[in-house]
Design a protein around this ligand. Structure first.
Ligand code: SF4
Length: 313
């Protein structure tokens, strides 16, 4: 399988993935226990879907019977653009500037799988891009793509943390990477110190309920909690503060994927425009954008909170 493994990796890189690693589909026992502890502490907030079948997250064989290998890929999404300095706009998190990464990664992974099916006929496979209950960051770390930073994002030494992760589970044995990247956070605490809502409650542990990104994207509450609303720092959809201050992001490089360039050139949105947006306008404007996740009601809620606290942001 050595030759096939090399061919799979080469094909992944030729499809535009920036990193690829392959690991045995063993249970993520330690990582699964950490997830259970995080859930027990209620740090997932309203994300009730994370509570469902947590054992499946740690055990690929429960996700796909006969699972033997996990191919883990990373795709750089960094594009070098500033946010608008205008106080009448709200900032969009970098990951959502371009086309929806689910579509971009899935398309590339389907091409990779089609190559694999060509060299391993009859292989059973499952593609996972944030949609299947796979612990993608934990797998990426196991596959040697990077380490989990204290802000809980995966960091690569070559590109920093601006990468998406996508995986394919296969029912065949391949050659495995065993070179796990050691944790390079060291004594740094820049992300913990910079978070305006103290959401990184301890190194490597984020309380979603305190996180601006979670509140502005995942929460369905009609209003944002006071401590978040008054500390938005101009963020309307998501937040990149912990990654912006990370010294490892000095290694950020522009992505080769044109679909991650900001749609309509926008990295910020006009607060008044969102406040007045109709459902039809919303559907048209955010088609094939990851920003659909928060729905129009969520965007309007965030815009309103920003407008109310504009002197503080
Ligand atoms: S800011 Fe520092 S502590 Fe936080 S993830 Fe980056 S290197 Fe690690």
């Amino acid at each position: 399988m050595h030759l096939v493994t090399d061919e799979i990796k080469e094909t992944a890189l030729s499809l535009g993935f920036d990193k690829v690693g392959i690991v045995r589909a063993e249970a993520l026992t330690e990582e699964g226990e950490r997830l259970q502890d995080w859930l027990r502490r209620g740090f997932h907030g309203e994300m009730a879907w994370l509570e469902r079948e947590p054992e499946k997250r740690a055990e690929p064989a429960l996700l796909m019977p006969g699972a033997k290998s996990v191919i883990v890929t990373a795709l750089n999404y960094f594009t070098d653009h500033p946010h608008s300095p205008s106080q009448t706009t709200g900032k969009i998190s970098r990951y959502a500037w371009g086309d929806d990464y689910h579509d971009v990664l899935r398309e590339k992974l389907e091409k990779l799988l089609s190559f694999i099916r060509g060299v391993i006929p009859g292989v059973a496979a499952k593609i996972c891009v944030d949609t299947a209950p796979l612990m993608d960051k934990a797998w990426a770390v196991r596959a040697g793509l990077g380490w989990l930073g204290k802000h809980s994002n995966m960091i690569t030494q070559e590109l920093g943390s601006w990468v998406f992760i996508g995986s394919i589970i296969l029912d065949v044995e391949l050659e495995y990477n065993n070179a796990v990247v050691e944790d390079h956070c060291g004594t740094c605490t820049a992300c913990l110190d910079a978070c305006p809502t103290n959401a990184i409650v301890e190194p490597y542990v984020v309380d979603s309920r305190k996180c601006i990104s979670y509140a502005t994207i995942e929460s369905r509450d009609e209003t944002l909690p006071g401590p978040i609303a008054s500390n938005l720092n101009g963020w309307m959809y998501g937040c990149d503060i912990c990654q912006d201050v990370c010294p490892w992001n000095r290694f950020e490089k522009p992505t080769r994927e044109a679909r991650f360039e900001p749609r309509r050139g926008e990295t910020s949105l006009d607060l008044g425009c969102i406040a007045e947006m109709t459902h039809e306008q919303y559907v048209e404007r955010f088609r094939r954008s990851a920003m659909k996740r928060t729905k129009l009601a969520g965007l309007k809620r965030n815009a309103s909170a920003l407008a109310d606290h504009d002197d503080l942001n």
